[in-house]
Design a protein around this ligand. Structure first.
Ligand code: SME
Length: 157
């Protein structure tokens, strides 16, 4: 495993994600522990993007419970159907929120968050975790991020 990510600083978001994906794949390949992999994936995404908060919530009984993350401290438990995370769980669909203030029920763990993406991780038809990414910039998170984070999540299943 390489100790540092190799990314071209001037590359576009899409190009950087193309460079990053195989490196994330290499990080998790051969390691069966989901929590260990989530910890490294959260770090890799935050180091590569500089986004405000990158992390995971795991489905435990009837709640989402905070898992490995990078960034400011966060809410520890989220109910199904509540907030962007709870809706991603309930709908089993990626939630792309360009403006968190325009999303009814958004849970503001950090008042600095302006845009957000949540991707559900699904195993045997059931959501087992969500990947949540927050940006401090309005509309910074877009379809390119959503597609990339979906690929990352698929590496963790
Ligand atoms: N904003 C999320 C809560 C989790 S934090 O962003 C880390 C939500 O609305 O579900």
């Amino acid at each position: 495993m390489a100790e540092e990510l190799q990314l071209t600083p001037s590359a576009s978001k899409e190009e950087r994600y193309k460079e990053l994906l195989p490196q994330i794949e290499a990080l998790v390949t051969g390691e069966p522990d989901l929590i260990a992999n989530m910890a490294n994936v959260a770090s890799a995404i935050r180091m590569a993007t500089g986004y405000l908060w990158v992390g995971f919530y795991l489905v435990k009984e009837d709640e989402l419970v905070l898992g490995p993350f990078q960034g400011p401290i966060a809410c520890t438990r989220i109910q199904k159907g509540k907030g962007v995370c709870g809706i991603a769980w309930a709908t089993k669909q990626t939630q792309l929120v360009p403006d968190v203030d325009a999303f009814p029920g958004h849970i503001a763990c950090s008042s600095d968050s302006r845009s957000e993406i949540v991707v559900p991780g699904i195993k045997n038809g059931e959501v087992i975790f969500v990947l949540d990414v927050d940006s401090a910039r309005l509309k910074e998170l877009d379809e390119a991020d959503a597609r990339f984070f979906e690929k990352v999540v698929s590496l963790l299943q």
